[in-house]
Ligand binder design. Structure first.
Ligand SMILES: [Zn+2]
Length: 283
């Protein structure tokens, strides 16, 4: 009996190896993860409404705000103590998008490490229901753009000043001009871009657009008007920010479209108000 098994083993080794080796390989070799089982991207549907929502919306004298544009994360700053540490509010009624308020808080803390500490938020969100009234009362410098053409209605624009002196003569103003881009903010109406923005230079008025957008705009010296056009024409822009890779692309949306977004990575959508959506992926 044992001899019979022994002979069978010899025969298998002699003639069966072409069939045995793949089996042995399959048992011993580590398998690559099945890409189909863990897809890197997933498809999501984007509706036309998204064109009018997001941090990159352009609002100017040619582009009125849409009612869908007000972010869902609006907060009353004075009731969030942890977000207003390190700076003053001109009054307790100032509201802002929470996302923008968190970035502002982070920025103010960074400035304080450079010993620049006298910031005050003078104005934030202005309601579309009461256009201009609040601004008029408080004498905002940038109200050359009335009603729905003023980006303060977005909840991501704010006027920042110094408690010590005029902002354009203050260490706070200088620090912001050099560093705000690192925290997702842009000086919305720069001195040298008046012909493009259509608004006089305003050293107080900052707009939250988020990273990496503010960094790209700083590097290329683009206003929001120029940047949105640049993204539409470039179709895809990629790079690295804070040690991570990002990819930005533009997709037109007629009624709705399916787009691919990272399954695990973060992504942010913003409309351009011109018929498309800008997708920012953090890979
Ligand atoms: Zn302003």
């Amino acid at each position: 009996m044992k001899k019979r098994f022994f002979l069978l083993g010899i025969l298998l080794l002699l003639f069966g190896y072409p069939f045995l080796w793949p089996l042995i390989d399959a048992l011993w070799e580590p398998k690559e993860p099945d890409a189909a089982a863990f897809p890197k991207y997933k498809a999501i549907r984007v509706e036309k409404d998204q064109i009018y929502q997001g941090d990159l919306l352009l609002v100017n004298k040619k582009e009125p705000i849409h009612t869908e544009a007000v972010p869902s994360d609006m907060i009353l700053l004075s009731s969030h103590n942890y977000l207003v540490e390190g700076y003053c509010l001109q009054d307790n009624s100032i509201e802002l998008s929470e996302n923008a308020a968190k970035a502002f808080n982070e920025m103010v803390h960074a400035a304080s490490r450079d010993n620049v500490k006298d910031f005050m938020i003078k104005s934030g969100y202005r309601s579309l229901e009461k256009p201009g009234k609040l601004a008029e009362e408080k004498g905002h410098d940038d109200d050359v753009l009335p009603g729905c053409f003023n980006e303060h209605h977005l909840g991501t624009a704010l006027d920042v000043t110094s408690t010590q002196m005029k902002i354009d003569q203050s260490p706070e103003g200088k620090w912001l001009q050099e560093n705000a881009w690192k925290y997702g903010f842009i000086l919305r109406y720069p001195k040298e871009k008046v012909t493009i923005t259509g608004v006089p230079y305003n050293p107080m008025h900052y707009r939250f657009v988020g990273l990496p957008h503010s960094a790209i705009m700083q590097e290329r010296q683009l206003t929001l008007e120029e940047y949105v056009k640049y993204l539409r024409e470039a179709k895809e822009v990629s790079g690295t920010i804070n040690g991570g890779d990002y990819k930005i692309y533009y997709d037109p949306v007629a009624t709705s479209i399916m787009i691919q977004v990272p399954t695990n990575g973060k992504y942010v959508l913003s409309g351009d108000k011109q018929g498309g959506v800008i997708v920012t992926e953090f890979l």
